[in-house]
Write a protein that binds this ligand. Structure first.
Ligand code: FES
Length: 61
């Protein structure tokens, strides 16, 4: 997956931003939402964002 791909358009959150958060130790979806506000506005990105986050946690934690 391209790192500049935007996963959550409401908050302009890219794959790279999620990777950064995971590398800093965020491995829980609720914590990621608090940290980046991802999937907290229109929520259209929610299911996809969750799946991407899970994959990134597997790969980068
Ligand atoms: S696209 Fe993520 S909350 Fe709207």
């Amino acid at each position: 997956m391209k790192k500049d791909k935007v996963i959550c358009h409401c908050y302009n959150i890219t794959v790279a931003k999620i990777i950064k958060a995971v590398e800093k130790g965020t491995t829980d979806w609720k914590d990621l939402k608090k940290e980046l506000k991802i999937a907290t506005d229109c929520k259209k990105c929610k299911e996809h964002a969750k799946a991407v986050f899970k994959d990134i946690v597997k790969e980068y934690k």
